[in-house]
Design a protein around this ligand. Structure first.
Ligand code: ZN
Length: 328
């Protein structure tokens, strides 16, 4: 099932992340960042054309510019790697791992019959096998919304203990059916149909129940909303943490991966995850310095500059960050 596909040929052509972490570090200086991005763009264009997405125009435009807002429509399934697919839109990104014994799905989008039916329509275009397992990356509605429909169709939903607790208590999710059916405290290894999927809790960040989902044989990790294209959001009311955020990324960076899938948006490279970690660490250290220099809970937002990072946090974020940094 891993022989000579076009995806494998493309993967072999990737200039980064191949092999071990040390191999990656040796290879990286050989190609400039601009060249890497050019290669990535070509590969993306090739995969978009292969999947037929190209002909439908940019995914953010929805269908013909009418109907729901950008990102609300479940888009066409795309192959990322041999036996690994992604569906964007309708909430967060959804991943599908195909095995000879059935399918493993990561995250189930915003709750609606239409989203579920569209996801299944797209899945059916690549496999007729049943979905046997669902993993959730955290409890937010755009990640767990259609869990129950997968359970009704015969799947187990695997998630952190903390995810189940928060999904049952968060006002935004407590009425969404489909609590996880199998839970774990910190790490979980799912071996099914010859595939392995590892789920890891490395700490608190976007929420208190962030779960990194790793496909070791494909060198792909689902980092979910721990990585964003816009300013990061920490759900402090549900266990989120700005101070522990980089700890999760440190855990991710210890994995041997070449592609990281965010909750929304396009796959990222290892270099992009490293850069994001450095930016987040800069925010926390600047806040820490500002507090040492006399900033208070109320003035911290005006004492920390992030323009150079391209992020604009709100005053509430800084209030919570102040509490975290001054808590003994
Ligand atoms: Zn989220």
């Amino acid at each position: 099932m891993h022989s000579g596909t076009r995806e494998e040929a493309k993967r072999a052509a990737l200039p980064y992340g191949r092999g071990s972490v040390s191999a990656f570090k040796l290879e990286r200086p050989l190609l400039s960042r601009a060249r890497q991005q050019a290669v990535s763009s070509l590969l993306l264009a090739a995969s978009l054309m292969a999947s037929g997405l190209w002909a439908q125009g940019p995914p953010a435009g929805g269908r013909g510019g009418r109907g729901p807002a950008a990102g609300q429509t479940v888009e066409k399934i795309r192959q990322l790697k041999p036996n690994l697919y992604m569906i964007t839109g309708g909430g967060a990104n959804t991943l599908i791992r195909v095995t000879p014994d059935g399918l493993i799905v990561v995250d189930t989008k915003n709750p609606s019959d239409e989203n579920y039916n569209r996801v299944m329509e797209e899945i059916r275009s690549v496999s007729a096998l049943p979905v046997k397992f669902v993993l959730n990356t955290h409890h937010h509605p755009d990640h767990v919304g259609n869990n129950q429909k997968f359970i009704d169709a015969g799947a187990q939903v695997v998630a952190l203990d903390a995810l189940k607790t928060r999904m049952a208590s968060d006002p935004r999710t407590k009425d969404i059916p489909g609590l996880p059916t199998v839970t774990f405290a910190k790490d979980y290894v799912l071996k099914f149909g010859g595939a392995e999927v590892d789920a890891h809790s490395f700490g608190r960040g976007h929420t208190g129940d962030d779960t990194m989902v790793y496909f070791p044989d494909l060198k792909v990790v689902m980092v979910s909303d721990q990585i964003t294209d816009a300013t990061p959001i920490a759900d402090f009311a549900n266990g989120g943490s700005a101070v522990e955020w980089t700890q999760i990324l440190d855990g991710v960076l210890k994995l041997d991966f070449e592609m990281a899938i965010p909750g929304r948006g396009e796959p990222k490279t290892r270099a992009e995850i490293e850069a994001y970690r450095a930016k987040f660490a800069a925010v926390v250290s600047r806040a820490s310095e500002a507090i040492k220099a006399g900033a208070t809970r109320d003035t911290l937002a005006t004492q920390v500059k992030t323009d150079d990072l391209g992020w604009q946090f709100n005053p509430q974020f800084y209030g919570q960050l102040y509490d975290e940094l001054t808590r003994k």
